[in-house]
Design a protein around this ligand. Structure first.
Ligand SMILES: O=C(O)C1=N[C@H](C(=O)O)C[C@H](O)C1
Length: 286
């Protein structure tokens, strides 16, 4: 099973310190019609580290409720204690979701065998599809390509969200991809490159903005019209880095509030709203 296209790691709206479900429904309704391939709530962009267990479940319920089965839903379920991840997965499994996005264990720095065993244990505990997420600059540990190849042999490990931060590693994987396995970039600025080297798509926080352009890049590359895709990509190329100038998703929430898609650009501590200086730059391009 191949996962393709632009997947949205959707933000969690907050207002007056609570989750703002009115805005959340507005977002789901808005993006459902934009041509994205699916929703990924409760990821980094969804500020999952600052949600409590009750909110975690409520967010899954609301996503499914508002989505009305229109698009596939993969939920962020990860952690650095394997048994606890499996416990959390058992909760997520009660809902009609298609799979999970699971980040590499962070902070305790497992070796490659530990990483393999972590994801293997998770995969053996469920029938849900799993996308593994490699982001060493957040987790402190890299999932090497050999380990990705071993993990890809496990039936329900269906893809990788690649944010390894090393162009050589990304290219080596794209040159020799595991069979029946999707490589989706999580490094937004690598989207065009990943697609043109044969990757299947991206999980892109930045696609909250100018969504149609991201979809257009994807469609044109898949039609083998890389020249036209590059023209569209040029419209995104300068814009993407601005969205990551301050911790994600603060700049994105700022833009969504400006566009009327969110009632508030609020984040939960320790993240803070975008600075006034960045806000002024963003105003000029959204
Ligand atoms: O939440 C996600 O999924 C993403 N997180 C990355 C990050 O915050 O570093 C960015 C990426 O676009 C998607």
């Amino acid at each position: 099973m191949q996962l393709t296209g632009v997947w949205l790691p959707i933000v969690t709206p907050f207002k007056d310190e609570k989750i703002d479900y009115k805005s959340y429904k507005r977002l789901i309704d808005h993006y459902s019609t934009k041509g994205i391939s699916g929703f990924i709530p409760l990821g980094t962009t969804g500020e999952v580290p600052v949600l409590n267990d009750y909110e975690f479940q409520e967010m899954i319920e609301k996503t499914l409720d508002y989505n009305e089965k229109k698009l596939p839903v993969y939920v962020g379920v990860g952690g650095n204690y394997t048994a606890k991840v499996i416990e959390k997965l058992k909760i997520a499994e009660k809902y009609d979701i298609q799979g999970i996005l699971s980040v590499c264990p962070y902070y305790n720095k497992p070796n490659q065998e530990g990483i393999y065993s972590h994801f293997n244990s998770i995969a053996q505990s469920t029938d849900l599809n799993i996308i593994i997420y490699n982001i060493p600059y957040r987790t402190g540990v890299n999932i090497q390509n050999d380990t990705i190849h071993r993990l890809a042999e496990i039936k329900n490990i269906v893809g990788l969200k690649d944010a390894c931060g090393d162009i050589k590693q990304t290219m080596a994987l794209l040159m020799d991809p595991p069979k029946d396995f999707s490589i989706l970039t999580g490094e937004d600025i690598f989207f065009y490159l990943t697609l043109t080297l044969g990757g299947q798509g991206g999980i892109l926080a930045s696609s909250h903005l100018k969504t149609e352009l991201f979809i257009d890049v994807y469609n044109k590359v898949k039609e083998n019209n890389t020249k036209a895709a590059l023209e569209t990509w040029k419209q995104l190329y300068d814009f993407i880095p601005l969205l990551f100038k301050e911790p994600n998703p603060a700049p994105i929430k700022y833009c969504l509030k400006k566009l009327g898609l969110l009632d508030s650009a609020e984040l939960r501590l320790p993240l803070m709203e975008a600075s006034k200086e960045l806000g002024e730059k963003l105003d000029r391009i959204i």
